[in-house]
Design a protein around this ligand. Structure first.
Ligand code: ADP
Ligand code: VHF
Length: 257
């Protein structure tokens, strides 16, 4: 069993933008334990820009591209330092992989990414992937990590993509706008009607909202990989998911499309 777990900034940080220490400790503990149970894990983690903003003591997230790139360059070190420290106590080795759409679309580069991922799996290492924000300008970049996580799931030939969000899953409307919204536990096919349910980001930290997660679901499902959106505020739910219990919203991967 090989899974890709995507973690968004809103799971890793408080609303202030500062690291949510208790959350990240719980998340790393659960992922280390899931790995110990024999599941191969690849993480796709956001948070570089947010952490850079904190480390540089900027009053707000930069809105211009060089500002975001500089914050990310600072924050990516901090992010990997935190992951390294957390996973080290459970004797797991982490690896950093920074990617852009240029490499993913280039056949030779993509082959190298796949080979590196496979060898890291053979070495029982935990790869932690992020977009290489320094070179990923708006034209060259994927722009957000929901889509990147689906691409990584296909490159890693994963059995499941798990997106940890700040919400329990896909609802029939945005619960931050409509308190009566109902969770949809299973989506067999991501149709235009399903896209019509999705709104934008729910917090200042999140970038894509549900729309980018559904686009990620299309990429994963087309490769036959199911996707689950679940709440990253309760990382222990990953245990239930691994035991086959219903968690969040599951988007079934259809092998025939
Ligand atoms: N139909 C919907 N169901 C659930 N959440 C939705 C929906 N439409 C919009 N959203 C918003 O998407 C947000 C999650 O995406 P986002 O803010 O990008 O955070 P992250 O990527 O960190 O999970 C939710 O907090 C919610 O406000
Ligand atoms: N590469 C950026 C992530 C951008 C992104 O998709 O963020 P998020 O919506 O929190 O998953 C960073 O590390 O800050």
């Amino acid at each position: 069993m090989r899974i890709v777990v995507k973690v968004g900034t809103s799971t890793l940080a408080h609303a202030t933008g500062q690291l949510n220490i208790r959350r990240i400790e719980r998340l790393c503990r659960v992922i280390a334990d899931v790995k110990n149970s024999g599941v191969e894990v690849v993480m796709v983690s956001s948070g570089a820009i947010g952490m850079g903003v904190g480390k540089l003591s900027l009053s707000q997230r930069p809105s211009d591209v060089p500002g975001k790139q500089a914050a990310s360059a600072v924050g990516q070190c901090e992010l990997m330092y935190v992951y390294d420290k957390e996973f080290e106590q459970y004797h797991h080795v982490v690896a950093q992989m920074l990617l852009t759409s240029y490499e993913i679309e280039n056949d030779d580069c993509r082959c190298n990414i796949e080979n590196t991922l496979q060898r890291l799996m053979d070495y029982r290492v935990l790869p932690i992937v992020n977009e290489n924000d320094t070179v990923a300008t708006e034209e060259l970049g994927i722009g957000e990590n929901d889509t990147l996580s689906a691409i990584v799931a296909t490159l890693a030939k994963a059995d499941l993509l798990v997106i940890l969000s700040d919400i329990d899953g896909l609802y029939d409307s945005d619960p931050h706008q409509n308190p009566q919204a109902k969770l949809i536990p299973l989506v067999r096919e991501i149709t235009p009607e399903i896209f019509a349910l999705a709104g934008g980001a729910g917090s200042k930290l999140g970038t894509g909202g549900m729309e980018t997660k559904l686009r990620a679901g299309l990429v994963a499902n087309r490769a036959g990989i199911p996707m689950v959106i679940m709440n990253g505020r309760q990382p222990e739910l990953l245990y239930d998911l691994m035991e086959g219990k219903p968690v969040g919203t599951r988007f079934e991967g259809r092998k025939d499309v």
